[in-house]
Design a protein around this ligand. Sequence first.
Ligand SMILES: C[S@@+](CC[C@H](N)C(=O)[O-])C[C@H]1O[C@@H](n2cnc3c(N)ncnc32)[C@H](O)[C@@H]1O
Length: 399
Amino acid sequence: MKNLDQLRLIGSGGANRAMEAELKRLAPRLLDRPKLDKPVRADPQTLLYPFDPGLAWLAANYLRTPSRALWDLALLDAPRLEPLFQQVRDYVADGNHAWLTEDARISVIVRDIGAFPAGALQVRGTVKNGLVEGAAAHHLTLTLSPEDADLVFVIRPDEAGLVLSLDLAAVSLHQRGYRLDTSEAPLKETLAAQMLILSRWDSRKEGLLDPFAGSGTIPLEAAMMAVGAPVFVPPRGPLCARWPLFHDWRAIGEKDLFPGTAPTIVANEIQTQTVEALRRNLARTGRPESVIVQQGDFRDLDAAKIKGWFGDQPGLVLSNLPFGERVGGKGRGLEDQSEDQKLIRLFEDLADFCHNLGRQWRFAFLSAHPAVEGIFGEPTMKKPMAHGSINAQFLLYEW
Ligand SMILES: C[S@@+](CC[C@H](N)C(=O)[O-])C[C@H]1O[C@@H](n2cnc3c(N)ncnc32)[C@H](O)[C@@H]1O
């Protein structure tokens, strides 16, 4: 058994670069320290930092790119159930743990047990017993209460054994609480945030336009990232806000880290129902003025409209491109064409639209269609990005 005491950030496929960059952007606003430790990259989507409460609070309250933020407690290298119980018990009994409080309700989630020679339910029961017995050695009572736990323990496998962690938020960080209405092909909030970070969108200088905004994930994430807003919209919040360890940090978790940043953000979407969903999501962010909502085919966004919104300022077109769903094109002589032909025409029109915006604009897309690269040419950056079960590519274009 080994004490770990580390912060584990887990993202979706290949998220490390975006997670590290986002943490570097936010940490100086919250933490009184010039430099962060270099993280260990456990795999392409997992970063490990030495644990400290400020960093953990930042991760659970403000990071938009990871899916999970965990506090790794111990590496359990027991070969069987009996020594596993003993290791968990001893770990809790022998240490001085800031998370351990009287009458805490606990839950144990076993994500996977790798090659451990027992069933997941047996591992769960054994870990639970070890936690309860270990707390008893401190004369403290822990009660199993999965429905309303104060502490959610997680077990996952590692090369050297099982890792015991606490989930700081206890829900996936993409469940922010504002995007309850979705479109046909919604993007995960964490992916939208990764796209913003990878495109190095500068919210102080650049505008942002999503021509295919759907339920608004990219523009709404942009608006909240610009001001450094907390990830969860009240009444949601991370579970760790209940822990005495974070008592002094609580007030900070409600504030924007970059208040007053007010970039121009435009969300364009063709379908009426989807625009309505977008508006409801925007209202739920509590920042209805932060995004301009426009309904229509992006091909109708003419130079005068663009100039009216953005003036001569630089901007970023950022979008996840339609791929499966039906695309607009009514009245454009496309009626006899197949859906794929319409899609290709849509990408060609998008390329013209982007180039016509002028050299102060950059553009970036999440795309799963093979025609896009041929139409747009060589990207400045290309990165595989899993979008659910779809193998998509993030493509960035700069002049
Ligand atoms: C992949 S979805 C975007 C999903 C969005 N990122 C979200 O998270 O909800 C693409 C969107 O483009 C819209 N769309 C398709 N053709 C369009 C067009 N010509 N102009 C504007 N929007 C269009 C579709 O209605 C769809 O909502």
